[in-house]
Design a protein around this ligand. Structure first.
Ligand code: ADP
Ligand code: MG
Length: 733
């Protein structure tokens, strides 16, 4: 670094020539347009604006000094290194290089005047700097701090610096906010910063800046940037909502005496008040000719599946198809076996069937299923990701339900919505499309189909047991309606949660023995962290062997993610059937399984799990009438104690069994990125704003967005394009 290497200027214009390696690396970081570069903000800054004298310097200071080389030698002890002595007139400093080239030696020849920058270390032998950046002295000192950008190994800092600087220069940063909204914004960001000023400042802040305000992003320049980002997000959500309002979906009504009523009649239990309420919310959405876009959230075990089944019944009764997608095969099967058990007998008299689609299916069966789906004979299609594959052609899909929706990527959710365009033969009883409802602003996707067909979308119901705290859901997802089941079915005994150290393993095994003696079953979960899959697997295998030995006469099973689906199914069916007493599992994916006889859940290395994950796992027990318990076993780091945060998190688990409360604490401990980022959408959607601290900016953006869309649509469009580019579509999913 700093050796005067010539970095070619990056060419960010839409190039026809093949991309150079650094350009490819830029694209990989998502830095394609000028504006992307302009919005690529520094991680930190270096101060090259000043030259420090050695006499005035302090130990450990990151300093720039200038002086004359008085000595230069290659030493071989303790290892080969270039040692250079620099005299700045107040003191001397030894520069040490372990790798160096002839060009370096030339720049650092005795008598040369050089400027070097690095961390100063004081000591017995005087000042030293190891591998400082250096170049020949002279040239003006910059009048702003030097930005250090997030980058990748293929992209030298100097290159990205130049790329960003020229992107910043070229980017169109014209004001997108109409004067009418600008005043309000300036009040919340406490300043009259324009976007251009803010970016200019954040890339090249002056030397007297408060680094604290830059770091905690409270500086008005940051505030302006974050407000703009939130506005873009709100605009995109509002646009999605408006576009959806212009789309057409079949209106689905529950007919008296129809499938919906019949299903209610055969259920072995009465719905809880909460289930009834959310069921009505969904039914109201289905009545409308606008596609539903609803998130059904409810704690583990709150009974979401039956609510989904009732919605499906409405759609099927109206003559349409319904698709239900679950993230894994075992989950899809376990979870919906019951549902199918209820529905299938009711469908048979109508000449309708349930189709299954999974990845492990035999070709013959699959072909058969695809035919059923295409002909419309399959009224309900249940499966995994297989449901959204290209070969799957629905006859008339009206309702798409996604279970454990956070486990699916955004693209997959969009794909399921897009499935409606596949086949649009209106059913004999269900078509209620009207003239005005076929009008919409933009086609959903480019397909060679009649124009009015493009205006159709299925109703979409997403389900999750990882609740987004309600306030967050309401304010952030302006394009999402949220229904919440806030009550568990009656008769559940609360789960007792214990936090114990791994050293008390023997007691835990004793407890397992006790449960088994009462005819109960036990889960034992070992974490699987991708990077150390092999190690974790051997841990699980060891635990499996340990428990098998400790519990003679008990069938102890092992389930891990490397197993084939058929093997997994065999193990699961032994556990579900009750023959297997203990199930050791590395997989946390099959969390939806429902084995009411299981009464004890042991989680090894509980400290490695997220709170919501722990809560999901814990929800596997306490499904029957038996008193159930969850043991969170932690392993302190070698010889030490568990860290503060880790203890706090496990304690939170023991304190409450309310999924929303846990989600709230998770939010406090980890911040909303976790909810809105990877888990909810596949990619972090907010780069700058933080929903936990920037609520004032979010409030402003929520108010401003509808005004801007209604009164300044062109500016709104420009703003969305600038901030979200190609990502806007994703925000709608
Ligand atoms: P989740 O919301 O976690 O998906 P499920 O839909 O799997 O929960 O329901 C959990 C269990 O509770 C299932 O065995 C289901 O049949 C049962 N269940 C659902 N609703 C009720 C109810 N109202 N009364 C009693 N049991 C119910
Ligand atoms: Mg479920």
């Amino acid at each position: 670094m700093g050796t005067g290497q010539n970095c070619p200027m990056p060419d960010a214009s839409p190039a026809r020539k093949p991309l150079s390696a650094p350009q490819k690396a830029l694209h990989k970081l998502g830095l394609v347009r000028d504006i992307d570069l302009a919005l690529h903000l520094p991680l930190r800054y270096e101060d090259e604006t000043r030259i420090v004298t050695l006499r005035g310097a302090r130990d450990g200071q990151l300093a720039q000094i200038e002086g004359t080389v008085t000595h230069s030698e290659i030493s071989f002890r303790p290892r080969r290194q270039l040692l250079v002595t620099l005299d700045d007139g107040t003191d001397t400093c030894t520069l040490r290089f372990f790798t160096f080239y002839p060009a370096h030696q030339k720049t650092l020849a005795v008598g040369a005047r050089v400027r070097v920058r690095g961390e100063l270390r004081g000591g017995f032998l005087g000042w030293t700097m190891v591998h400082p950046a250096f170049h020949a002295a002279g040239g003006e000192l910059p009048d702003a701090l030097t930005p250090v950008y997030p980058t990748s190994a293929q992209l030298p800092q100097a290159y990205i610096r130049k790329a960003v600087a020229s992107g910043l220069k070229r980017a169109d940063l014209g004001e997108t906010l109409p004067p009418a909204l600008l005043g309000g914004l300036q009040a919340v960001v406490r300043g009259t910063w324009t976007l251009r000023d803010a970016l200019q400042y954040l890339h090249h802040p002056g030397p007297d800046v408060s680094l604290d305000a830059l770091e905690d992003r409270s500086h008005p320049a940051w505030q302006r940037l974050k407000a703009e980002e939130l506005l873009a997000q709100q605009l995109s959500q509002c646009t999605a909502r408006q576009e959806r309002a212009a789309l057409n979906a079949p209106a689905l009504r529950a007919a008296p005496g129809g499938l919906h009523e019949q299903l209610l009649g055969v259920l072995p239990f009465a719905l809880t008040t909460a289930q009834r309420r959310v069921g009505e919310e969904i039914a109201r959405d289905l009545l409308r000719q606008v596609p539903m876009h609803r998130l059904l959230q409810g704690d583990v075990g709150s009974g979401k599946t039956v609510v989904a089944a009732l919605a499906a019944a409405i759609a099927i009764d109206a003559g349409w198809q319904c698709a239900l997608m679950a993230p894994t095969e075992i989950l899809a099967e376990q979870h919906f076996a019951k549902l199918i058990g209820w529905l299938e007998p009711l469908l048979a008299p109508l000449g309708k069937r349930v189709a299954w689609l999974t990845g492990s299916q035999k070709k013959k069966q699959r072909t058969e299923m695809l035919a059923l789906i295409a002909s419309g004979e399959a009224a309900l299609v249940v499966g995994t990701h297989a449901v959204i594959q290209d070969q799957v052609q629905f006859s008339n899909l009206a309702l798409a339900i996604i279970d454990e929706q956070h486990r699916f990527g955004v693209a997959q959710r969009l794909a399921l919505r897009g499935k409606m365009g596949d086949g649009l033969v209106s059913p004999s009883t269900g078509s209620t499309r009207t003239e005005e409802n076929t009008v919409r602003t933009e086609p959903v996707s480019v397909r060679a189909e009649p124009v009015e067909a493009l205006a159709q979308e299925p109703h979409l119901l997403m389900m999750t047991a990882t609740p987004i705290p309600r306030t967050l859901a309401m304010s952030y997802y302006a394009d999402l309606d949220v229904s919440t089941i806030d009550e568990l079915p009656p008769g559940r005994t609360p789960i007792v949660t214990k936090v114990v150290a791994d050293s008390r393993r023997a007691e835990v095994v004793e407890r397992i023995r006790g449960q088994l003696a009462q005819g109960r079953q036990v889960y034992w979960v070992c974490p699987l962290i991708e990077e150390s899959e092999a190690i974790d697997l051997s841990n699980a295998t060891a635990t499996h062997a340990e428990l098998s030995a400790a519990l003679p006469g008990v069938l102890v099973g092992l389930l891990h993610s490397r197993m084939k689906v058929t093997e997994k199914k065999a193990v699961m069916s032994l556990f579900t059937g009750g023959q297997m007493g203990v199930l050791v599992s590395t997989t946390v994916i099959e969390v939806g399984v429902d084995v009411p006889n299981a009464s004890l859940m042991v989680i090894e290395h509980a400290e490695r799990f997220g709170l919501s994950q722990l809560h999901q796992l814990r929800g596997r027990v306490g499904r029957g009438a038996a008193a159930s318990a969850c043991v969170l076993m932690y392993t302190p780091p070698d010889g030490g104690r568990l860290g503060e945060t880790a203890r706090e998190r496990l304690k939170a688990m023991a304190d409450t069994s309310d999924g929303f409360e846990i989600a709230r604490r998770d939010l406090e401990i980890r911040g909303p990125g976790e909810f809105l980022g990877a888990r909810q959408s596949g990619a972090p959607l907010l780069r700058f704003a933080d929903l936990a601290t920037d609520t004032h900016l979010l409030d402003w953006a929520r108010e401003a967005a509808p005004v801007m869309l209604a009164q300044y649509p062109e500016l709104a469009e420009k703003h969305i394009a600038r901030w979200l580019g190609g990502k806007a579509e994703y925000l709608k999913a």
